[in-house]
Design a protein around this ligand. Structure first.
Ligand SMILES: Nc1ncnc2c1ncn2[C@@H]1O[C@H](COP(=O)(O)OP(=O)(O)OP(=O)(O)O)[C@@H](O)[C@H]1O
Ligand SMILES: C[C@H](N)[C@H](N)CCCCCC(=O)O
Ligand SMILES: [Mg+2]
Length: 210
């Protein structure tokens, strides 16, 4: 089974939209292990609506927490304890796209961060990064934090308006490939996302073979 983890430099950066495009393009399964905040919907409902994938490809969360907050806090509010034991990767008969919650150093408990979970799984990560001012620092910090835990950065996916210099310097300094840039889409539906994803995102060959 092949797994790609989608993370980001921050919450609200566009991970879910990118993951929907990626899972749709690969015909993959999608899993959001820890959902914090479900009003008006969780990320798996968004992916179900945007990816064009059949419902069976959208897996249930391991934790579906009510509060839109850091997972460690949302879990405490709901009276549950998040641990690695409950976060085994689902076994599926195809590629699996996994979306993190927030950025890479977001806590899921008093002692575990999202990046620790990625390291535990031992699977490659795609970092979603905005293109606008401030992204160089956030992107390089995120990549450093991932690598310091032994997590492989398979690529950087930019999201937003074109910024040639940021899109050049971040992959160069990080020594990680750019997968391209998903522009802001005025209309978000499965056809528009699939078209934009195919036009703007370059998936390395090995992604398709995975
Ligand atoms: N390429 C895009 N075009 C248009 N809107 C977008 C795009 N990417 C993200 N958005 C919008 O930006 C908002 C945040 O995006 P998204 O939910 O994908 O972020 P996220 O990184 O998954 O956040 P979270 O940390 O909550 O999982 C959403 O309203 C989404 O529809
Ligand atoms: C609520 C939000 N949409 C995500 N589900 C969780 C984001 C956690 C961010 C924590 C932080 O970095 O301060
Ligand atoms: Mg999301």
């Amino acid at each position: 089974m092949s797994v790609l983890i989608v993370t980001g430099t921050d919450t609200g950066i566009g991970k879910t939209v990118f993951a929907a495009g990626l899972a749709g393009a690969l015909g993959a399964y999608y899993w959001k292990p820890i959902q914090a905040g479900v009003d008006p919907e969780g990320d798996k409902e968004t992916v179900a609506a945007l990816s064009g994938l059949p419902a069976a490809r959208i897996l249930p969360e391991a934790f579906r927490l009510t509060t839109p907050a850091s997972p460690h806090l949302a879990a405490r509010i709901d009276g549950v304890a998040i641990g690695l034991d409950q976060l085994a990767l689902p076994q599926v008969d195809g590629p699996l796209v996994v979306e993190g919650a927030g950025g890479v150093l977001v806590p899921i408990s008093e002692t575990l961060l999202m990046a620790d979970l990625f390291a535990h799984w031992g699977q490659p990560v795609i970092l979603c990064a905005r293109t606008s001012l401030g992204t160089i620092n956030h992107s390089l910090l995120s990549i450093e934090a991932l690598r310091s835990r032994g997590v492989r950065v398979a690529g950087i996916a930019f999201i937003g308006e074109a910024h040639d210099e940021n899109e050049r310097i971040i992959p160069q300094l990080a020594g990680a490939p750019s997968l391209g840039r998903l522009p802001h889409l005025d209309r978000l539906d499965p056809a528009a996302l699939a078209t934009a994803f195919a036009a703007h995102i370059r998936l390395p060959e090995y992604f398709n073979d995975r």
